[in-house]
Design a protein around this ligand. Structure first.
Ligand code: NAD
Length: 260
């Protein structure tokens, strides 16, 4: 379905970003990977994706906490892929602490990576998309873009902001062939969440399995994790013809979390 399309997925060396990169590659899109990790492992990943799906796959290790690096990532993708049709803003970090003791440096980092990077990549990619008359902008927000949890001030502020940005961009591009939507996952078992499970197990003196179960049932009525494959399928749908008139939405994939 996406043969000939060219896609950037930020934070795609792990977790949800990697799941979405795989799903887009499986549909024939050429891919620009981004994110941190061991150079050898990333090269194996890059080659593996290219070989498995027969598409071009590049990698750019831009640190998206910096505006110039976001601009350079888009410019590099435009040069090496020959344009950018799909931009998935997925890179993100978490920090958990009460607001009065939230480290200022962590606040700045979460806002920069989870929110400002999407502003910088979108503003860099839009002129090319407008010229081509096609674009799919997908921002990976969170249930925390729709509702709050204690101790996640920066993350919740960033994700609410990301949904706001999604709506503004949708309005500004409404007549251009470009759509801009947000996906709002509930709990997905990735390194970002595993860290929170491990911290909880240690803090409460319970097993990792018990901490995992407690984390799920507290918020997510299905008591099941959303999978990266499910999120990949949703991203593919948003890139396809069925979603051509969907824009400015924030789509929960959260096992009923935000239905409560
Ligand atoms: P993850 O930790 O597995 O992956 C995060 C990716 O972002 C990695 O590739 C990492 O290298 C990259 N990254 C981090 N800082 C970066 C930087 N400065 N520059 C470039 N890349 C950077 O996490 P994940 O769970 O897959 O999360 C991906 C996105 O999904 C995040 O935006 C997160 O907020 C969101 N999300 C996750 C969950 C969940 O339950 N896991 C739920 C809702 C939303």
């Amino acid at each position: 379905m996406l043969k000939g399309r060219k896609a950037i997925i930020t934070g795609s060396t792990s977790g949800i970003g990697l799941g979405i990169a795989r799903a887009l590659a499986a549909e024939g899109a050429a891919i620009m990977l981004n994110g941190f990790g061991d150079a050898g492992e990333i090269e194996t990943l890059r080659r593996g994706l290219a070989g498995e799906f027969g598409v071009e796959v590049f990698y750019n290790g831009a640190d998206l906490s910096k505006a110039e690096a976001c601009e350079a990532l888009v410019a590099d993708a435009q040069a090496r892929l020959g344009g950018v049709d799909i931009l998935v803003n997925n890179a993100g970090i978490q920090h958990v602490a009460p607001v009065e003791s939230f480290p200022v440096e962590r606040w700045d980092a979460v806002i920069a990576i989870n929110l400002s990077s999407a502003f910088h990549t979108i503003r860099s990619a839009l002129p090319g998309m407008k010229q081509r008359g096609f674009g799919r902008l997908i921002n990976i927000a969170s249930t925390h873009g729709l509702v709050a949890s204690a101790n996640k001030a920066a993350y919740v502020a960033a994700k609410h902001g990301l949904i706001g940005l999604t709506k503004v961009v949708a309005l500004e591009t409404a007549e251009t062939g470009i759509t801009c939507n947000a996906i709002c996952p509930g709990w997905v078992l990735t390194p970002l969440v595993q860290q929170q499970i491990d911290t909880r197990a240690a803090a409460e003196g319970i097993t990792v399995a018990a901490a995992e179960r407690a984390l799920l049932i507290e918020k997510q009525p299905s008591a099941r994790f959303t999978t990266v494959e499910q999120l990949g399928a949703l991203a593919v749908f948003l890139c396809g013809p069925g979603a051509a008139n969907m824009t400015g939405t924030a789509l929960p994939a959260d096992g009923g979390w935000t239905a409560q």
